[in-house]
Write a protein that binds this ligand. Sequence first.
Ligand SMILES: [Zn+2]
Length: 1022
Amino acid sequence: MYHQPVLKNRRTLLERAEKFVSDIYFTDCNLRGRLYGDSRPLESVTSFLSPKRITFREASQQNFAPYRVGDTFGPTWWTCWFKLTLNIPESWRGREVHLLWESDGEAMVWRDGQPVQGLTKEGEKTSYILSACLKDEEPHSVSLYVEMACNGLFGAGQGSMIAAPDPNRKFSVQRAELVIFNRDVRELLTDFEMLIDIVKELGEGKQRGYQALFTVNEMVNLCEPSDPSTFPRIHSLAHNFFSQRNGDSQHIVHAMGHCHIDSAWLWPYEETIRKCGRSWVTVIRLMETNPDFVFTCSQAQQFQWVKSWYPGLFSQIQHFVKKGQFIPVGGTWVEMDGNLPSGESMVRQFLEGQRFFNQEFGIHCKEFWLPDTFGYSAQLPQIMQGFGITNFLTQKLSWNLVNTFPHNTFFWEGLDGSKVLTHFPPGNSYEMKGKIQDLVKTVENNKDKGRANHSAVLFGFGDGGGGPTQLMLDRLSRVRDTDGLPKVQTSSPNKLFSQLRSDSALLCTWSGELFLELHNGTYTTEAKIKRGNRQCETLLHDVEVASCLALCRDPTFKYPVEKLQKLWRLLLLNQFHDVIPGSCIEMVVEDALRYYEDIRSDCTALLRDACGALASKGKGAGVFNSLSWERHEVIQTQDGAGEPDLALVRVPSVGLAPVTNTEPVSPVSVTVQANGAVTMENGILQTVVNKDGTLASLYLINANREAISDSCHGNQFVMFDDVPLYWDAWDVMDYHLQTRKPVLEVVQPVHVTSSGGLRGSLSFSLRISDKSTITQTIVMDAMCPYIKFSTEVKWAESHKFLKVEFPVRVHSPNATYEIQFGHLQRPTHRNTSWDWARFEVWGHKWADLSEHNFGVALLNDCKYGYSVHKNTMTLSLLRAPKAPDSNADMGTHHFTYAIMPHTGSFQGASVIQSAYNLNFPLRLIRCIPNSAPWSAFSVSAEAVILETVKQAEDRKEAFIVRLYESHGSSVTATFRTTLPVREAWHCDLMERQDSTQPAPMTSGGITLNFSPFQIMSLLLIL
Ligand SMILES: [Zn+2]
């Protein structure tokens, strides 16, 4: 030991140690400079360029031409295949030999026709280990293939990560050679780096930091980089420091490897398949040499991709799943958006996910895993519980722009009172690197100090970075139990949550939604994706209902099980948390819209088949109603040019009826006034529409109430400047509200397009700018309690936001918004920071603003963004962000919204049913003329909605019906069916029959007791 006095200069000692491991300074004499030994060029490198992503077999049969390291190739999204021949010198016997590969694309190494490792510079993976300790009997002459995608970890954004991809980027390989890797140097570097980080992270206030400083200083004193015989002594100095243990009270970190792979984002779905392959094969390599290494992996869809593209890798994964190292988590098909998918879609996310994990791995996930989504619906806890999931892990609320979420470990209570144990890793990341700062941050940030002594650390590069590295594992294993730092244990979600649960007495509860105060533009961006989602959810619903009914009415009908699973999976895939929010590149939008088109066309055919079987394909016109209440509506009975034929039809719940035109109690009257305004009236509503299409008046006749606020106009289009701080497609900022400009320029004033009777309608058009226009038809139907606004917008704006406003004569501190299987309230004022941070919120088919005994509802058929401030109800219509899709939302859009004033409460006024009616059109079918109306299901209580009718999974002779309480009330309902049901049972969302809970059938039906917002599933056995 050198016993020289050391001056009290923390800075010089620290920087000296840093320079000793620097890869920039003094590498001629420092330790870092010794990391690699001898190197050799490769024997030969040849390449072949493909515009498509092809299989190994196909690639290996191509002609390869010589490639010189440094030469460029491309363009973006192509694939360059390399064939390498290498000769390892015999003199390297006993040494660790690597293929060093540095390129700016993402690469996969193939050996003997199998994928063996991913190589991504951005994920610190530039070495493929050819031999850990070269022996004479090992092959010295090796040939490999490298498949290199012409895109980076984050795609190919030009200038900024989220910029639209540059389609003409060129790529190159900067290094390809054989090297000797000095493992002992690497180990020592890790010791040094960890100690240096301890000095820096613990700061000047902790004496433990000084102990690290003097340890590392002594290590530099003693280390002779060129003489490995000095290494063991230095390593043992570090080891002594790391082995000084903690007391019993120290915080415990549960370290889990992870690789968050976005199913599509700044790259298309197809590239994600390869990202999964590259990342997971790298993880498997690490598992082979690190038996303690645990990796958590979500999204059944990605496993399905790997299963079909890399079957060999998939069986290796199955092997490590069995060993408990590779842990499928989350229980969902993809990590979906937490706001926009319908209730049934969310159920299917879990149903497809849990069933897949069960079939492939025999695993049932007990945790929901959604680290990276833009808010979480208040119905998720109940849905999780329905799938046997009691734990939830996320961290995204750490991105809140305004308020700091107060908990890291807490119980999250949903809309119906269901609770799940929830953990936000306090390090606020799902891509940690196992560094000291990750550990220190995890303890210091923890907002439940003293309540929860366990936290998760998820480490690994995401998105094609290939997950964890050996270095991360080495870092964490150094400090398993080191005084002054949290204890680190390799863990799993089950271990973490059972620890948290066993000591949960002091935990707080957060009730209601987890609203992300950021990314509120994602409720509106890429309107066509939103529309595709809503329409396809509706179509799949109708196909399932009609197919179940058809099965009972026509014994030859076959329920389209495989087809429906395929279509559902496509819909679920598009609900991924960068696709349905619209935060993806144009290529992804194109894929998503194509998938919606596939779902639409297949569902239309399936629906035609099912309705044909259902109604015996007669010659008469009939109508099919897939909803669980009787409907009395005006429908269009024929398409084509000219005036449409209309009929007012009455159709029973979940059933059909022939078209027999009934007379309305009160026909619609349309009157043009002298000033050009038009009055329409249907006995329920009377409205006055100004020449510019705004509503001067909307009058609820029986209640004698005007709905539009004094001296204001309803249906007012407004434009806002919409320039966020960075996240273009994602964010609309609070300050956009200061830039409101009404759309006032009339191109064509209001004129009558249907003169009344069953339907009155008016059309007009407005100019938004010299590039964009709105054309709208305002429709009033006989018997209909709302007015529809059928809208076409030609949209070519840049960083603008189009909304429509209804200032209404209602005073209330809260507005109500539909969410999955229910609704919730949000404030209309901006008292606190928590209130004003919700200046733009999401809702599904309707929002309502009510005071006692009167209110107004705003319905829509494909929108999700709302705001209600004071008495103005606003629906968000279109945005125009330019990144990451530079053409986002450009083009022609169609959507419909509706306004519905009502007396009483929105529940009593059937706002919920009206919004369903707007979204689920009655469908024209062919039926036997004059056949009697027929109903398959009915529910006695208006509060209870029959949401889903489907064939039970794996049980051809049984149906699942899913009902929910929609009013927020405790209610008893009678559920009736005319189908030949033999017995009925309660079941969970997994469709597992609860043998303790029969649902007794009497001649009157099945009596069901609901609590507020309860979701109830029944298994009906035929
Ligand atoms: Zn993500």
